[in-house]
Structure formats: C-alpha cells, structure tokens
Design a protein around this ligand. Structure first.
Ligand code: KIV
Length: 300
C-alpha cells in the first residue's frame, strides 16, 4: 500500500497514550474495520483505532455485536494495522471468545496480537474477570477493560442501554474499574454512564480512561466511525456526526448509475496494435494505454 508523506508520523504507542493522559492532552479514538479507512484516520491524526465487534453491525450487517465471528475480526484487525501502522490498534474480543474458558481466552488474545497485529485487546468485563486479566497481563497481553454499559450483555439486559444510574450500579462499576486496573488492565473504556461515575473512576484509577457517552473528563474519547461520518440512519444519543458521508455515497452511486446508463463509462483506454512482423492474417495484440493516475492494483 502506498503511503503518502502525510501518513508518516511517530508511532503512537501505549507510552504515548499514557504520556498524553498524564499531561492532560486528550487523545482521539475511533473504530475502524478496514485498511483504507484506517489510513485516512491515521492521516487525520487519530491516536487509537478500535477494531470493535461493532463490525458485526457496520461490516456484516447483523443487528447484534454478539454475532461477530472471531476469525473475521482477527483478519479485519490485521487489515487495519496494515492501513495504519503508526496508530495504536485495539482489537475487541468478540462474544464468547474469552468468557467460557481462560486458556481459550489467552490463546484468542494471542491470535489478535500475532495474526491481527493488535497492540491492545479489549474485553467487556466486570470485577469477576480480574483473574483472567491477571493471567493475560502475566502472559504479556495488554488489556483494555470495557466497563459500564456492556453491549455483549444486551441479551441479558433486554437490549442496549446506559449503566451506572443508581448508587448501587455506580458503586459496582467503580469497583470493576479499580479491580481490573489492579489486575493489570492498561486502559479502561467506560461506556454510557453518568459523568459523575466517570469522574469517580478517574479519581480512583491511574490508567488512561477512554469514554463513549461517559462525559468530557475522560482522557480519550471513542466513537463508531460510521456514526461520526453520518453513515448510519440511527445513532446513539451520544454520537454527534460531523459529516454526511452516507448521502454523499448515495449521490456518488446515483451519478455512477446515471453515467453507466448514458454509456459514458468504459471509453477507449485500450487500442489494438499490430506487431510489425505479424502478417495480416494473424491476430493483432492488444496494447494497454495506461491512464495518467493508475494504482499498482489496477495496472495489469
Ligand atoms: O465495538 C465497539 O465498537 C465498541 C465501541 C462502541 C466502544 O466497543
């Protein structure tokens, strides 16, 4: 893949993120599921790319994140890393890739790091997963503990929603964050909780905290990239689109349909040319006329 000058930057590592959190410089995280999007987002200066299990919805068209196949997410993670080699890549461990058995969880996390080239793996967890996080940390797997609202529990909770709105729930999420940091989590991701709950987490822990619908005080903020780009018909309450790429894609698609129907596409790029020593009766060879701007991929 060709890299322009603008895509070359100092690699963003966990150290970068820790330093930014320490000095109070917010860092930006977005989901990404493919190399091309990842390349643009790295050029934009996004610090962390999350290959989320939201790929089940955004890429595969499922209605639930729990439908994300492990092997597919590992392959997507590798693609994102290839597109954004200087960005911290965080991979989501999909439903039942870590809950059933610790040894299986470790191996799956290892696959994300080796086959998927992930820098960090993320798991939706509470304090009861602290022993697993400890094992992963001991094995050298950097873990981001996703607390608060946990979409993989939607079946149990009767749907997606917020969390931590009662004192009891807030206290339990705070305890989760503390225990998971103690177990070795290098990052926390807090989803859809009142800002006061996040504030307590920030006061009680030392690792960088990424928020999604969790208030402005977090060290970093994350969003599903299609929500940011205005590509989804329905977005969560906390998503604020900054572009309207969906309608722009629709307009481009319509224009393509129009051009094809008007026979404006497929004009003369290739011309027949006779070899000098080929007799009239032999077949002429086809000469390729390469248009000015051709990618390596299409030059055949
Ligand atoms: O899977 C995902 O995209 C996520 C974010 C929404 C935080 O977990």
């Amino acid at each position: 893949m060709a890299h322009s000058e603008s895509s070359v930057r100092e690699p963003v590592t966990l150290r970068t993120i820790r330093r930014m959190a320490r000095v109070g410089e917010p860092f930006a995280c977005l989901t990404s599921y493919d190399a091309v999007m990842a390349r643009w987002l790295e050029r934009a200066g996004v610090h962390v790319l999350l290959v989320g299990d939201t790929a089940a919805e955004m890429v595969l068209g499922f209605e639930r994140t729990i439908d994300m196949p492990l092997d597919v997410l590992i392959a997507l993670t590798a693609g994102v890393k290839r597109g954004a080699p200087n960005t911290l890549i965080m991979a989501d461990m999909p439903f039942l890739s870590y809950q059933a058995d610790d040894a299986e969880a470790l191996r799956n996390a290892g696959r994300f790091m080796t086959e998927g080239r992930a820098d960090v793996v993320k798991m939706e967890v509470d304090a009861s997963f602290a022993p697993l996080v400890r094992k992963m940390t001991r094995a050298g797997v950097p873990v981001c503990a996703h607390v608060g609202s946990r979409p993989q529990l939607a079946g149990l909770n009767g749907g997606y929603g917020s969390a931590g709105k009662t004192d009891r729930e807030a206290a339990s999420i705070l305890k989760d964050a503390i225990e998971l940091e103690k177990a070795g989590a290098v990052l926390l991701l807090v989803e859809a909780v009142p800002a006061e709950v996040t504030q307590r987490i920030l006061e009680a822990t030392t690792v960088p905290v990424i928020g999604i619908g969790a208030g402005t005080a977090c060290h970093g903020q994350v969003l599903v990239v299609q929500d940011l780009l205005g590509m989804n018909d329905h977005v969560p309450r906390f998503a604020e689109p900054v572009a309207r790429i969906g309608p722009a894609i629709e307009a481009a698609g319509r224009e393509w349909v129009r051009r094809v129907r008007a026979r404006e596409i497929g004009g003369a790029l290739y011309h027949l040319k006779r070899d000098e020593n080929t007799s009239q009766s032999e077949s002429p060879r086809v000469e390729t006329v390469t248009p000015a701007r051709k990618s390596k991929r299409r030059s055949k």
